[in-house]
Design a protein around this ligand. Structure first.
Ligand code: C2E
Ligand code: MG
Ligand code: MG
Ligand code: MG
Length: 283
């Protein structure tokens, strides 16, 4: 079960990393306890395909509700887990969870691509890659790994090799938060990716800013020229959705389509949309 799987990952972790001067040690050890106790969960956010006119994928987003502190923002605890080396057991847990949830979705009649965020730090870790590939291939899962460019910048040789290994194993690769960093053309030229995800900073401004519109449109054209699909994240308004459709964007993700929700809520929501063809409420 879930708690036992989590325990296995935590036990595999070497706690020699301790000594965090910022005093976040307690929060991190609480996070590991929370993972063992099933307090960490995955929320799912839909990705809407313009051409298919339905949700064809979901992104798994980690959630931690602390018994006293309440909701802890992922940017905070993921960042801390990255700094202390705890991101690996968390991510291994997330991959196993996502594989199992994909099966549950499939049993409910929804065959969806499930995306998991992979921290840049892990793109320097060959043994993590071995484990992730083994988990995905042995389950016959259809996953997408969302990665950001930072790792590829700091240790390009290893990161590009690991990404290629993922791609060889049939895992889709998405370039997350595209445009928020330095996003060089060399990065796009070298990396084996299937999807480019335009950072929400550009999408949130789409309604008001002609400059954002120009940047988004040219990024879509660039990505298509390279054979990549494009997802826009942060779609909050019908105007943004319509603009993106007109620009030829492939997929949209954002509060307008749906907020991140529990697996069971996602299944309920998907039951409202015709699976094979036809329109959803978001059209
Ligand atoms: P991300 O992968 O870029 O995920 C998108 C973030 O944008 C999510 O925030 C999502 O809830 C939020 N979002 C979605 N639609 C909208 C919208 O319409 N408007 C606005 N303003 N925001 C929207 P969240 O869940 O707080 O996650 C933040 C970041 O934490 C993620 O950014 C990702 O980098 C990281 N993260 C979350 N879960 C995991 C995980 O399992 N592993 C790793 N390594 N990182 C994770
Ligand atoms: Mg992401
Ligand atoms: Mg993103
Ligand atoms: Mg992000």
């Amino acid at each position: 079960d879930q708690a036992r799987a989590a325990k296995r990952h935590v036990a595999a972790f070497d706690p020699a990393v301790y000594g965090d001067p910022a005093g976040n040690l307690s929060l991190i050890s609480e996070l590991m306890t929370a993972l063992r106790g099933g307090e960490v969960t995955l929320a799912y956010q839909p990705k809407y395909d313009f051409r298919a006119e339905r949700v064809t994928g979901v992104e798994a987003l980690m959630r931690w509700t602390h018994p006293r502190r309440g909701f802890v923002p992922p940017d905070l605890f993921i960042g801390m887990a990255e700094e202390t080396g705890h991101i690996r057991p968390l991510t291994e847990w997330a991959i196993d969870r996502a594989i199992e949830d994909q099966r549950t979705l499939s049993a409910a009649g929804h065959d969806l691509l499930v995306s998991v965020n992979i921290s840049g730090r892990l793109l320097a870790d060959e043994s993590f890659a071995d484990l992730a590939i083994a988990a995905v291939t042995s389950a016959g899962a259809r996953l997408c790994f969302e990665i950001t460019e930072t790792a590829v910048m700091t240790n390009p040789e290893t990161a590009l090799r690991i990404v290629s290994r993922f791609a060889d194993a049939g895992i889709s690769i998405s370039l997350d938060d595209y445009g928020s960093g330095l996003s060089s053309l060399a990065y796009l030229k070298q990396i084996r990716a299937d999807e480019l995800k335009i950072d929400k900073a550009f999408i949130l401004g789409l309604d008001q800013s002609a400059r954002d519109g120009l940047l988004v449109k040219s990024t879509i054209d660039l990505a298509h020229g390279l054979g990549l699909k494009v997802t826009a994240e942060g779609v909050e308004t019908p105007t943004a959705l319509a603009l993106l459709r007109g620009m030829g964007c492939d997929l949209a993700q954002g509060y307008l389509i749906g907020r991140p929700v529990s697996l069971s809520a996602m299944i309920e929501r998907l039951a409202e949309q015709p699976q094979a063809r036809g329109k959803t409420a978001v059209g």
